[in-house]
Design a protein around this ligand. Structure first.
Ligand code: GLC
Length: 441
Protein backbone atom coordinates (compact mmCIF):
# COMPACT_ATOMS: atom_id res chain seq x y z
CA UNK A 1 0.00 0.00 0.00
CA UNK A 2 1.22 3.48 -0.57
CA UNK A 3 0.72 4.57 2.79
CA UNK A 4 0.17 6.46 8.24
CA UNK A 5 -4.01 21.50 42.04
CA UNK A 6 -3.08 25.24 48.47
CA UNK A 7 -3.26 28.67 47.48
CA UNK A 8 -1.68 31.86 49.09
CA UNK A 9 -2.24 35.63 48.77
CA UNK A 10 1.18 35.87 47.19
CA UNK A 11 0.24 33.43 44.49
CA UNK A 12 -2.91 35.43 43.75
CA UNK A 13 -0.84 38.60 43.42
CA UNK A 14 1.56 36.83 41.08
CA UNK A 15 -1.34 35.56 39.00
CA UNK A 16 -2.94 39.00 38.70
CA UNK A 17 0.37 40.70 37.90
CA UNK A 18 1.12 37.98 35.37
CA UNK A 19 -2.17 38.50 33.64
CA UNK A 20 -1.59 42.27 33.31
CA UNK A 21 1.66 41.52 31.54
CA UNK A 22 -0.23 39.05 29.43
CA UNK A 23 -2.88 41.58 28.44
CA UNK A 24 -0.19 44.08 27.52
CA UNK A 25 1.55 41.57 25.31
CA UNK A 26 -1.75 40.52 23.79
CA UNK A 27 -2.17 44.04 22.40
CA UNK A 28 1.05 43.49 20.48
CA UNK A 29 -0.53 40.70 18.47
CA UNK A 30 2.77 38.90 18.40
CA UNK A 31 1.69 35.38 17.61
CA UNK A 32 1.01 35.97 14.00
CA UNK A 33 -2.54 34.84 14.49
CA UNK A 34 -5.69 36.71 13.72
CA UNK A 35 -8.64 37.26 16.08
CA UNK A 36 -8.98 36.76 19.83
CA UNK A 37 -7.88 38.95 22.71
CA UNK A 38 -5.13 36.83 24.20
CA UNK A 39 -5.08 35.49 27.72
CA UNK A 40 -7.32 35.37 30.72
CA UNK A 41 -8.39 38.25 32.89
CA UNK A 42 -6.44 36.30 35.50
CA UNK A 43 -9.28 35.57 37.89
CA UNK A 44 -7.78 34.32 41.14
CA UNK A 45 -8.15 30.64 41.77
CA UNK A 46 -10.49 31.11 44.73
CA UNK A 47 -13.48 29.36 46.20
CA UNK A 48 -14.00 25.84 47.44
CA UNK A 49 -16.94 23.53 47.07
CA UNK A 50 -18.50 21.13 44.58
CA UNK A 51 -17.38 21.36 40.96
CA UNK A 52 -18.09 19.65 37.67
CA UNK A 53 -15.75 18.03 35.18
CA UNK A 54 -16.74 18.20 31.51
CA UNK A 55 -15.14 15.46 29.47
CA UNK A 56 -15.68 13.43 26.33
CA UNK A 57 -17.33 10.05 26.57
CA UNK A 58 -15.17 7.82 28.75
CA UNK A 59 -14.44 4.93 26.46
CA UNK A 60 -11.98 3.51 29.04
CA UNK A 61 -14.56 3.10 31.82
CA UNK A 62 -11.94 4.12 34.43
CA UNK A 63 -12.66 7.83 34.82
CA UNK A 64 -15.31 7.15 37.40
CA UNK A 65 -12.70 5.35 39.54
CA UNK A 66 -10.26 8.25 39.25
CA UNK A 67 -12.93 10.77 40.21
CA UNK A 68 -14.14 8.52 43.00
CA UNK A 69 -10.60 8.51 44.42
CA UNK A 70 -10.82 12.34 44.65
CA UNK A 71 -14.41 12.38 45.96
CA UNK A 72 -13.69 9.96 48.79
CA UNK A 73 -10.89 12.27 50.03
CA UNK A 74 -12.82 15.54 49.45
CA UNK A 75 -16.41 15.08 50.67
CA UNK A 76 -17.07 18.87 50.61
CA UNK A 77 -15.47 19.42 47.22
CA UNK A 78 -16.98 16.63 45.18
CA UNK A 79 -16.57 16.44 41.44
CA UNK A 80 -19.50 15.56 39.23
CA UNK A 81 -18.67 14.19 35.79
CA UNK A 82 -20.49 15.83 32.88
CA UNK A 83 -20.02 13.37 30.07
CA UNK A 84 -20.00 14.84 26.57
CA UNK A 85 -20.12 13.01 23.20
CA UNK A 86 -17.44 10.67 21.90
CA UNK A 87 -16.40 12.82 18.92
CA UNK A 88 -13.83 15.55 19.66
CA UNK A 89 -15.69 18.07 17.47
CA UNK A 90 -19.00 17.51 19.30
CA UNK A 91 -17.24 17.94 22.67
CA UNK A 92 -15.66 21.19 21.53
CA UNK A 93 -19.00 22.48 20.27
CA UNK A 94 -20.67 21.94 23.67
CA UNK A 95 -17.76 23.53 25.55
CA UNK A 96 -17.73 26.53 23.21
CA UNK A 97 -21.51 27.02 23.53
CA UNK A 98 -21.21 26.86 27.30
CA UNK A 99 -18.37 29.39 27.33
CA UNK A 100 -20.15 31.76 24.97
CA UNK A 101 -23.16 31.69 27.31
CA UNK A 102 -20.73 32.42 30.21
CA UNK A 103 -22.29 29.46 31.98
CA UNK A 104 -20.78 28.06 35.19
CA UNK A 105 -22.10 24.57 34.41
CA UNK A 106 -18.63 23.25 33.55
CA UNK A 107 -15.80 23.90 36.05
CA UNK A 108 -12.88 21.81 34.84
CA UNK A 109 -12.67 21.16 31.10
CA UNK A 110 -10.96 18.15 29.59
CA UNK A 111 -9.52 19.91 26.54
CA UNK A 112 -8.13 18.28 23.45
CA UNK A 113 -4.54 19.52 23.00
CA UNK A 114 -5.57 21.42 19.89
CA UNK A 115 -8.09 23.70 21.62
CA UNK A 116 -5.73 25.59 24.00
CA UNK A 117 -5.12 28.62 21.75
CA UNK A 118 -8.80 29.15 20.97
CA UNK A 119 -9.98 28.77 24.58
CA UNK A 120 -7.13 30.89 26.02
CA UNK A 121 -7.40 33.69 23.45
CA UNK A 122 -11.16 33.91 23.95
CA UNK A 123 -10.68 33.98 27.73
CA UNK A 124 -12.87 30.92 28.16
CA UNK A 125 -10.22 29.31 30.39
CA UNK A 126 -8.27 30.82 33.29
CA UNK A 127 -4.51 31.29 33.21
CA UNK A 128 -2.87 28.90 35.65
CA UNK A 129 0.04 30.12 37.83
CA UNK A 130 2.88 27.73 37.01
CA UNK A 131 4.18 27.81 40.61
CA UNK A 132 1.03 25.98 41.66
CA UNK A 133 1.94 23.10 39.37
CA UNK A 134 5.52 22.28 40.39
CA UNK A 135 5.51 18.88 38.67
CA UNK A 136 5.30 20.32 35.17
CA UNK A 137 9.06 19.89 34.69
CA UNK A 138 8.69 16.14 35.14
CA UNK A 139 6.25 15.73 32.26
CA UNK A 140 7.20 15.09 28.64
CA UNK A 141 8.05 18.61 27.39
CA UNK A 142 5.98 18.35 24.21
CA UNK A 143 2.88 17.64 26.30
CA UNK A 144 3.43 20.72 28.52
CA UNK A 145 3.82 22.85 25.43
CA UNK A 146 0.31 21.90 24.29
CA UNK A 147 -1.16 23.47 27.47
CA UNK A 148 0.51 26.83 26.82
CA UNK A 149 -0.61 29.87 24.88
CA UNK A 150 1.83 32.72 24.34
CA UNK A 151 4.14 31.03 26.83
CA UNK A 152 1.52 31.11 29.59
CA UNK A 153 0.05 28.00 31.14
CA UNK A 154 -3.66 27.53 30.58
CA UNK A 155 -4.10 23.78 30.91
CA UNK A 156 -2.23 20.86 32.48
CA UNK A 157 -1.53 17.71 30.46
CA UNK A 158 -3.10 14.62 32.00
CA UNK A 159 -3.00 12.19 29.10
CA UNK A 160 -0.92 12.27 25.96
CA UNK A 161 -1.58 10.37 22.75
CA UNK A 162 0.52 9.07 19.93
CA UNK A 163 -0.64 7.04 16.96
CA UNK A 164 0.34 3.37 16.97
CA UNK A 165 0.16 0.59 14.41
CA UNK A 166 -1.73 -2.34 15.89
CA UNK A 167 -1.10 -5.54 13.98
CA UNK A 168 -2.14 -9.18 14.07
CA UNK A 169 1.08 -10.78 15.21
CA UNK A 170 -0.43 -14.26 14.98
CA UNK A 171 -1.31 -13.78 11.32
CA UNK A 172 1.98 -12.15 10.42
CA UNK A 173 3.93 -15.01 11.97
CA UNK A 174 1.87 -17.61 10.24
CA UNK A 175 2.37 -15.86 6.91
CA UNK A 176 6.14 -15.75 7.42
CA UNK A 177 6.31 -11.99 8.00
CA UNK A 178 8.96 -11.69 10.69
CA UNK A 179 8.81 -7.96 11.52
CA UNK A 180 6.10 -5.30 11.41
CA UNK A 181 6.28 -3.01 8.35
CA UNK A 182 8.25 0.24 8.48
CA UNK A 183 6.92 1.53 5.19
CA UNK A 184 3.59 1.56 3.38
CA UNK A 185 5.00 -0.71 0.69
CA UNK A 186 6.10 -3.22 3.32
CA UNK A 187 2.60 -3.08 4.78
CA UNK A 188 1.12 -3.85 1.37
CA UNK A 189 3.49 -6.77 0.91
CA UNK A 190 2.65 -8.12 4.37
CA UNK A 191 -1.07 -7.87 3.64
CA UNK A 192 -0.72 -9.78 0.38
CA UNK A 193 0.78 -12.68 2.32
CA UNK A 194 -1.52 -12.50 5.37
CA UNK A 195 -4.76 -12.14 3.43
CA UNK A 196 -3.96 -15.39 1.60
CA UNK A 197 -4.30 -17.27 4.90
CA UNK A 198 -7.61 -19.06 5.38
CA UNK A 199 -7.98 -17.57 8.90
CA UNK A 200 -7.73 -14.03 7.48
CA UNK A 201 -10.54 -14.61 5.01
CA UNK A 202 -12.79 -11.55 4.71
CA UNK A 203 -10.37 -9.28 6.58
CA UNK A 204 -9.01 -5.99 5.16
CA UNK A 205 -5.45 -4.78 5.21
CA UNK A 206 -5.72 -1.50 7.13
CA UNK A 207 -7.95 1.18 8.65
CA UNK A 208 -7.48 4.37 10.62
CA UNK A 209 -10.12 7.05 11.31
CA UNK A 210 -11.69 8.56 8.20
CA UNK A 211 -15.13 9.85 9.30
CA UNK A 212 -15.40 13.62 8.79
CA UNK A 213 -14.29 14.83 12.27
CA UNK A 214 -11.06 15.60 14.16
CA UNK A 215 -9.77 12.09 13.69
CA UNK A 216 -9.67 12.68 9.94
CA UNK A 217 -7.47 15.74 10.47
CA UNK A 218 -5.20 13.48 12.54
CA UNK A 219 -5.02 10.72 9.93
CA UNK A 220 -4.69 13.07 6.95
CA UNK A 221 -1.85 14.96 8.71
CA UNK A 222 -0.08 11.69 9.48
CA UNK A 223 -0.29 10.62 5.84
CA UNK A 224 1.09 13.97 4.66
CA UNK A 225 3.86 14.15 7.30
CA UNK A 226 4.80 10.51 6.78
CA UNK A 227 5.37 11.23 3.08
CA UNK A 228 7.72 14.13 3.84
CA UNK A 229 5.12 16.89 3.50
CA UNK A 230 3.60 19.39 5.89
CA UNK A 231 0.14 20.84 6.36
CA UNK A 232 1.51 23.99 8.02
CA UNK A 233 5.28 24.54 7.94
CA UNK A 234 7.71 25.42 10.72
CA UNK A 235 7.29 29.06 9.67
CA UNK A 236 3.60 28.85 10.56
CA UNK A 237 2.52 29.12 6.92
CA UNK A 238 0.27 26.58 5.21
CA UNK A 239 2.17 24.59 2.59
CA UNK A 240 0.00 21.68 1.63
CA UNK A 241 -0.15 22.02 -2.16
CA UNK A 242 3.08 20.08 -2.65
CA UNK A 243 4.13 16.80 -4.30
CA UNK A 244 4.94 15.36 -0.85
CA UNK A 245 1.50 16.14 0.59
CA UNK A 246 -0.03 14.78 -2.58
CA UNK A 247 1.88 11.53 -2.20
CA UNK A 248 0.44 11.18 1.32
CA UNK A 249 -3.18 11.86 0.36
CA UNK A 250 -2.91 9.83 -2.85
CA UNK A 251 -1.81 6.82 -0.83
CA UNK A 252 -5.01 6.94 1.21
CA UNK A 253 -7.15 7.53 -1.88
CA UNK A 254 -5.58 4.58 -3.68
CA UNK A 255 -5.93 2.34 -0.64
CA UNK A 256 -9.65 3.06 -0.49
CA UNK A 257 -9.95 2.45 -4.24
CA UNK A 258 -8.21 -0.91 -4.18
CA UNK A 259 -10.04 -1.91 -0.98
CA UNK A 260 -6.91 -2.26 1.13
CA UNK A 261 -8.85 0.12 3.35
CA UNK A 262 -12.43 -1.21 3.59
CA UNK A 263 -15.17 1.12 2.29
CA UNK A 264 -16.78 1.11 5.76
CA UNK A 265 -13.72 2.93 7.16
CA UNK A 266 -15.09 6.22 5.78
CA UNK A 267 -17.49 6.00 8.78
CA UNK A 268 -14.81 5.06 11.32
CA UNK A 269 -13.98 7.17 14.36
CA UNK A 270 -11.70 5.61 17.00
CA UNK A 271 -14.36 3.30 18.42
CA UNK A 272 -15.64 1.94 15.11
CA UNK A 273 -12.05 1.13 14.10
CA UNK A 274 -11.30 -0.49 17.43
CA UNK A 275 -14.36 -2.71 17.14
CA UNK A 276 -13.42 -3.77 13.60
CA UNK A 277 -9.92 -4.70 14.78
CA UNK A 278 -11.28 -6.54 17.83
CA UNK A 279 -13.65 -8.48 15.60
CA UNK A 280 -10.73 -9.72 13.51
CA UNK A 281 -11.63 -7.65 10.45
CA UNK A 282 -8.26 -5.88 10.08
CA UNK A 283 -4.66 -6.97 9.75
CA UNK A 284 -3.31 -3.50 10.61
CA UNK A 285 -5.04 -0.69 12.49
CA UNK A 286 -3.94 2.86 13.31
CA UNK A 287 -5.30 3.96 16.68
CA UNK A 288 -4.32 5.52 20.04
CA UNK A 289 -2.87 3.61 23.04
CA UNK A 290 -6.23 3.26 24.86
CA UNK A 291 -7.08 0.45 22.45
CA UNK A 292 -4.29 -1.74 23.85
CA UNK A 293 -6.05 -2.58 27.15
CA UNK A 294 -9.51 -2.94 25.61
CA UNK A 295 -8.42 -5.18 22.73
CA UNK A 296 -6.58 -7.43 25.20
CA UNK A 297 -9.64 -8.02 27.39
CA UNK A 298 -10.36 -11.69 27.90
CA UNK A 299 -14.02 -11.24 28.86
CA UNK A 300 -15.15 -12.17 25.36
CA UNK A 301 -15.39 -8.58 24.09
CA UNK A 302 -12.28 -8.97 21.92
CA UNK A 303 -11.42 -11.76 19.51
CA UNK A 304 -7.82 -10.58 19.28
CA UNK A 305 -6.71 -10.67 22.94
CA UNK A 306 -3.10 -11.89 23.06
CA UNK A 307 -2.94 -12.03 19.27
CA UNK A 308 -1.74 -8.53 18.42
CA UNK A 309 1.24 -6.30 18.95
CA UNK A 310 2.04 -2.66 18.44
CA UNK A 311 4.64 -0.91 16.27
CA UNK A 312 5.42 2.68 15.26
CA UNK A 313 3.38 4.00 12.32
CA UNK A 314 4.89 3.23 8.92
CA UNK A 315 5.68 5.94 6.36
CA UNK A 316 6.52 6.34 2.69
CA UNK A 317 10.21 5.56 2.80
CA UNK A 318 10.76 4.77 6.50
CA UNK A 319 9.01 5.15 9.85
CA UNK A 320 5.97 7.43 9.76
CA UNK A 321 5.14 10.51 11.80
CA UNK A 322 2.32 10.52 14.35
CA UNK A 323 0.09 13.49 15.01
CA UNK A 324 0.46 14.59 18.64
CA UNK A 325 -2.79 13.96 20.53
CA UNK A 326 -3.75 14.13 24.17
CA UNK A 327 -5.85 15.93 26.74
CA UNK A 328 -5.17 18.84 29.09
CA UNK A 329 -7.30 19.96 32.03
CA UNK A 330 -8.21 23.67 32.19
CA UNK A 331 -10.51 25.77 34.40
CA UNK A 332 -13.51 27.55 32.92
CA UNK A 333 -13.24 31.33 33.40
CA UNK A 334 -16.91 31.26 34.45
CA UNK A 335 -16.54 28.50 37.05
CA UNK A 336 -17.18 28.81 40.75
CA UNK A 337 -14.81 27.15 43.26
CA UNK A 338 -11.69 27.59 41.19
CA UNK A 339 -9.39 26.66 44.13
CA UNK A 340 -11.04 23.25 44.24
CA UNK A 341 -10.78 23.02 40.46
CA UNK A 342 -7.02 23.69 40.58
CA UNK A 343 -6.52 21.06 43.28
CA UNK A 344 -8.53 18.51 41.30
CA UNK A 345 -6.34 19.12 38.26
CA UNK A 346 -3.19 18.63 40.35
CA UNK A 347 -4.64 15.42 41.73
CA UNK A 348 -5.53 13.99 38.34
CA UNK A 349 -2.18 15.01 36.85
CA UNK A 350 -0.18 13.50 39.72
CA UNK A 351 2.23 10.63 39.09
CA UNK A 352 0.21 8.37 41.40
CA UNK A 353 -3.10 8.94 39.60
CA UNK A 354 -1.54 8.74 36.18
CA UNK A 355 0.07 5.43 37.08
CA UNK A 356 -3.25 4.08 38.36
CA UNK A 357 -4.85 5.21 35.13
CA UNK A 358 -2.34 3.70 32.74
CA UNK A 359 -2.47 0.39 34.63
CA UNK A 360 -6.19 0.18 34.00
CA UNK A 361 -6.60 1.88 30.65
CA UNK A 362 -3.31 1.87 28.71
CA UNK A 363 -3.86 5.59 28.03
CA UNK A 364 -0.60 7.44 27.48
CA UNK A 365 0.74 9.10 30.65
CA UNK A 366 2.43 12.51 30.53
CA UNK A 367 4.95 11.74 33.32
CA UNK A 368 8.30 10.85 31.72
CA UNK A 369 9.16 8.51 34.65
CA UNK A 370 6.20 6.23 33.95
CA UNK A 371 7.67 5.29 30.57
CA UNK A 372 10.74 3.92 32.40
CA UNK A 373 8.75 2.08 35.10
CA UNK A 374 9.81 -1.62 34.93
CA UNK A 375 6.45 -3.03 36.08
CA UNK A 376 4.53 -0.89 33.62
CA UNK A 377 6.85 -1.87 30.79
CA UNK A 378 6.26 -5.50 31.64
CA UNK A 379 2.51 -4.99 31.57
CA UNK A 380 2.65 -2.87 28.43
CA UNK A 381 5.35 -3.62 25.86
CA UNK A 382 3.87 -0.77 23.81
CA UNK A 383 5.34 1.92 26.13
CA UNK A 384 8.67 2.17 24.29
CA UNK A 385 7.19 2.64 20.79
CA UNK A 386 4.58 4.94 22.32
CA UNK A 387 7.18 7.24 23.88
CA UNK A 388 9.00 7.33 20.55
CA UNK A 389 5.73 8.10 18.78
CA UNK A 390 4.96 11.00 21.15
CA UNK A 391 8.48 12.43 21.09
CA UNK A 392 8.62 12.51 17.31
CA UNK A 393 4.95 13.46 16.85
CA UNK A 394 3.96 16.53 14.92
CA UNK A 395 1.54 19.05 16.43
CA UNK A 396 -1.52 20.26 14.62
CA UNK A 397 -1.60 24.03 13.93
CA UNK A 398 -1.62 26.11 17.15
CA UNK A 399 -4.13 28.72 16.05
CA UNK A 400 -7.04 30.60 17.59
CA UNK A 401 -9.31 29.72 14.70
CA UNK A 402 -8.53 26.05 15.09
CA UNK A 403 -12.18 25.10 14.60
CA UNK A 404 -12.19 26.65 11.11
CA UNK A 405 -8.77 25.23 10.27
CA UNK A 406 -9.69 21.68 11.15
CA UNK A 407 -13.00 21.97 9.28
CA UNK A 408 -11.09 23.03 6.15
CA UNK A 409 -8.72 20.08 6.51
CA UNK A 410 -11.57 17.66 7.10
CA UNK A 411 -13.50 19.00 4.06
CA UNK A 412 -10.52 18.58 1.79
CA UNK A 413 -9.55 15.11 2.95
CA UNK A 414 -13.14 13.85 3.00
CA UNK A 415 -13.88 15.15 -0.49
CA UNK A 416 -10.94 13.16 -1.83
CA UNK A 417 -11.58 9.97 0.13
CA UNK A 418 -15.37 9.77 0.03
CA UNK A 419 -17.59 8.99 -2.93
CA UNK A 420 -17.28 12.67 -3.97
CA UNK A 421 -13.90 11.68 -5.36
CA UNK A 422 -12.41 15.17 -5.70
CA UNK A 423 -9.02 14.67 -7.35
CA UNK A 424 -6.42 14.83 -4.54
CA UNK A 425 -4.39 17.56 -6.30
CA UNK A 426 -7.51 19.73 -6.52
CA UNK A 427 -8.45 19.02 -2.88
CA UNK A 428 -4.97 20.11 -1.73
CA UNK A 429 -4.96 23.26 -3.89
CA UNK A 430 -8.37 24.24 -2.46
CA UNK A 431 -7.14 23.49 1.07
CA UNK A 432 -4.04 25.64 0.56
CA UNK A 433 -6.25 28.58 -0.49
CA UNK A 434 -8.56 28.14 2.51
CA UNK A 435 -5.76 27.72 5.05
CA UNK A 436 -3.97 30.77 3.66
CA UNK A 437 -7.03 32.91 4.35
CA UNK A 438 -7.51 31.43 7.82
CA UNK A 439 -3.89 31.51 8.99
CA UNK A 440 -2.61 35.03 8.36
CA UNK A 441 0.88 36.06 9.32
C1 GLC B 1 -7.73 11.54 20.64
C2 GLC B 1 -6.55 12.50 20.78
C3 GLC B 1 -6.94 13.91 20.40
C4 GLC B 1 -7.50 13.89 18.98
C5 GLC B 1 -8.70 12.95 18.89
C6 GLC B 1 -9.17 12.80 17.47
O1 GLC B 1 -8.71 11.83 21.62
O2 GLC B 1 -6.05 12.49 22.12
O3 GLC B 1 -5.83 14.80 20.46
O4 GLC B 1 -7.87 15.18 18.54
O5 GLC B 1 -8.31 11.65 19.35
O6 GLC B 1 -10.26 12.01 17.36
Amino acid sequence: MRFERSHTRKAVAVAVAGSLVLLASACGGDDGDSGGGGGSTGGALEGRGPITFATGKDTSGNLVNQVQAWNSQHPDEKVEIKELPESADAQRQQMVQNAQAKSDAFSVLNLDVVWTAEFAANRWITELPEDQFPDLGKLLPSTVDTGKYRDKLFAVPVTSDGGLLYYRNDWLQKAGVTAPPKTWDEMTAACTKVLALPEAKGASCYAGQFEKYEGLTVNFSEAVNSAGGVVVGEDGKPNVDTPEALAGLQTLVDAFKNKQIPAAAITYKEEEGRRAFQEGKLVFHRNWPYVYALANKTDGSSKVAGKFQVAPLPGKTGPGVSTLGGHNYGISEFAKNKATAADFIKFMASEERQKANVQKTSQAPTWASLYEDPALNKQYPYLAPLKASIETAKSRPKVIKYGDVTTAIQDAAYSALSSKQTPPKQALADLQTKLSSLITQ
